[in-house]
Design a protein around this ligand. Structure first.
Ligand code: FMN
Ligand code: SF4
Ligand code: FES
Length: 630
């Protein structure tokens, strides 16, 4: 892989390292700009994320020389400003190029040729990844999955998405950007559906390959909300519970039950948060819902707000999907104008509710609900200890329902078509359909809406992957299964997934895949707890040893023990699942490891410890070896 590689681009080296603002001194013009931006956000410390994002847009980065000023204006401390800027990959305290090209470094993209694309960018610009050109026009960076795995290799040029890249396209891209530094000028042909909407205009394709009746079939906008508002909040919660809807973001908690907890929790202000962070590599189904079903999602959020008694909703939108923001803001505005948001929603006296969009800034861990809440409050996305759960003490320590985009969409449909209709789809414990994002080695990658219970083998046939060697279910934090398990079903009770399904063909190096996934977790760990911060690095190092042909049988035991320990001792879901790529492949692909393990020429294993081996016998017989215990 050419150049330097890390997802935390803001910590990368840069030709401009050490620069402050353009003149090298604090300028009055910048000071005024910063004050104005902070005022725009009400000088409210909980909007610090928005402030530093806006400052970065205006100045090009967030110069440390202004941290004190920002802190004063935001009524917070300098250290808060510094910790926010240093935490998020898309924020920077150094000047970068006018155009930042962030190429996805996920294994899916690499298998589709990202390395050759990277080399072409380096050649064309004369810099390595992590660097900025001397003229200050371009910066090259690696980034984690940007939600375009079905059209890889993919990259972001500032907020503009570039898909299906090839080395041949790179010279034209750079030439065009030299002529016109606005990356949007690269979009000469838009993708399908709303990707061609004037407020999106993206080359992204929805690639919807299979529609079913819940999410991507016919939809009667507003019918769910109307029906909900004709009932009491308790009745709405009861219907949600009866529908059996479980959260679509991964954990599968019953949505109705979460809403009930939030409704019953003491607190004057309650909040509805929508998790549109979608950072699990290989997941892009929320991207398609945000593009094609934004109204359905907002409708679901409103139903949740009515049920729990909330006046404020927040959609946490990942920075990689910033290109969708104008469209989503416009959709919200239209709803406000139509009386579907604001005071007395849809004419319902006493039901006031509005939604704002909170942009993320490039941190996978912010998809974890307590990190997401921290980020919405304007701080680093640090996960919090639980309990208390967000339903009791979430956003601004108030009862908060956090749900996934797809969960809210399902809620809108349930209130329209009824809980029994929904419960009749899928399996007993996994009601409804699931939106799957299919990528990797198959003929038809894209979005598939299928009833829960579909078998992996059926899925593989549908997507055109009859010869798959392995399937990664649920992204890197899920599990890798081999062909003997393709008869298993996608469902909470068998193979759960938030939506990511990655297929690997017969000729793929599975341990390269495992290494890439571990690299992702090492990069994305927030670093708070030792098992996750250190454990993942140690796991990756030992895996590398095996890949280098220097591993012995005991290394597998070491990996298993350390992996389990990391899972058990980590504070949040990231560390609790990060060893899964290693653990699930040791379990399901043991021969791949065995083939690489070494026995030296003498036949002895290097790590064999004779004292350890005779410990039991020594204790049993009550005697010590005159040779080895001497
Ligand atoms: C590291 C990590 C990343 C996560 N990323 C997401 C995400 O991108 N989207 C999401 O909905 N849930 C994500 N989750 C799960 C959330 O914490 C939470 O369970 C979910 O948003 C609840 O919504 P649901 O019940 O509708 O699924 C993530 C969890 C962890 C531990
Ligand atoms: S498990 Fe990892 S990501 Fe989660 S709090 Fe600990 S260090 Fe941070
Ligand atoms: S965009 Fe590269 S893996 Fe998702």
């Amino acid at each position: 892989m050419p150049g330097m590689k890390t997802n935390h681009a803001s910590r990368d080296s840069s030709n401009n390292a050490g620069d402050c603002c353009a003149s090298g001194v604090v300028s009055a013009q910048n000071e005024n700009k910063i004050k104005e931006i902070c005022r725009e956000f009400g000088n409210d410390r909980s909007r610090l994320m928005d402030m530093v994002r806006a400052i970065q847009s205006a100045i090009g980065y967030v110069p440390p020389e202004y941290y004190d000023l920002i802190a004063r204006e935001a009524q917070t401390h300098r250290v808060e400003v510094q910790s926010v800027v240093s935490f998020y990959a898309f924020l920077s305290d150094r000047k970068k190029g006018t155009v930042i090209i962030r190429l996805c470094n996920d294994i899916i993209d690499r298998f589709k040729g990202a390395d050759a694309v990277a080399a072409a960018f380096e050649r064309e610009l004369g810099i390595s990844f992590g660097q900025t050109t001397d003229d200050g026009h371009f910066t090259l960076e690696w980034t984690a999955c940007i939600g375009m795995s079905d059209q890889a290799p993919a990259a972001l040029a500032n907020d503009t998405v570039l898909t299906n890249l090839t080395p041949e396209k790179v010279p034209d891209i750079i030439r065009a950007l030299r002529e016109n530094p606005d990356p949007q000028s690269l979009v000469t042909e838009c993708g399908d559906g709303n990707n061609a909407h004037e407020l999106i205009r993206a080359m992204v394709n929805n690639n919807i390959c299979k529609r079913d009746e819940v999410l991507l079939g016919e939809y009667n906008p507003g019918a769910g909300l109307k029906n909900a508002l004709s009932k009491t909040p308790e009745e709405v919660i009861d219907e949600m519970k009866r529908s059996g809807l479980r959260g679509r973001g991964g954990a599968g908690f019953l949505a109705g039950l979460k809403w009930e907890f939030t409704r019953n929790a003491p607190g004057e202000n309650k909040f509805v948060l929508c998790n549109a962070d979608e950072g699990e590599p290989g997941t892009f189904k929320d991207r398609v819902l945000l593009t094609e079903r934004a109204d359905m999602m907002f409708e679901g959020m409103k139903i949740a707000a009515y049920a729990i008694g909330a006046e404020t909703g927040i959609v946490y939108l990942r920075a990689e999907y910033a290109y969708l923001r104008p469209f989503l803001e416009d959709t919200l505005k239209k709803r406000r104008d139509a009386g579907l948001m604001g005071i007395s929603v849809a004419g319902k006296e006493g039901f006031d509710f509005d939604i704002r969009i909170q942009m993320g800034a490039g941190a996978y861990v912010c998809g974890e609900e307590s990190s997401l809440i921290s980020s919405c409050e304007g701080t680093r996305g640090d996960p919090a200890d639980r309990p208390p759960f967000p339903a009791i003490a979430g956003y601004k320590v108030s009862p908060t329902a956090v749900n996934n985009v797809e969960t809210y969409c399902c809620a809108a449909r349930i209130m329209d078509k009824g809980p029994e209709w929904f419960a009749a789809i899928g399996t007993e414990k996994s009601a409804g359909t699931k939106l799957l994002s299919i990528s990797g080695d198959c003929e038809r990658p894209g979005i598939y809406e299928l009833p829960f219970g579909v078998k992996v083998s059926e899925l593989l046939e549908m997507v055109g992957a009859p010869d798959a060697m392995a399937v990664q279910i649920g992204g890197p934090s899920g599990q890798m299964i081999d062909c003997s398990r393709f008869g298993r079903a996608i469902s909470f009770e068998d193979l759960p997934t938030g939506g990511s399904i990655i297929i690997f063909g017969q000729d793929r190096d599975l341990l390269e895949v495992v290494d890439a996934f571990m690299e992702f977790f090492v990069d994305e760990s927030c670093g708070y707890c030792v098992p996750c911060r250190v454990g993942n690095v140690l796991l990756r190092t030992r895996l590398q040893q095996i890949r280098d042909g220097k591993g012995v049988i005991e290394d597998l035991e070491y990996l298993t023990k350390l992996g389990k320990c990391t899972k058990r001792m980590s504070r949040c879901g990231l560390g609790q699942t990060s060893p899964n790529p290693i653990l699930s492949t040791i379990e399901n692909f043991r021969p791949v490891y065995n083939a690489l393990l070494r026995r030296d020429q003498t036949g002895f294993q290097k790590s064999f410890n004779i004292l350890h081996a005779i410990e039991d016998a020594s204790e049993l017989t009550g005697r010590r070896s005159v040779i080895f215990h001497a």
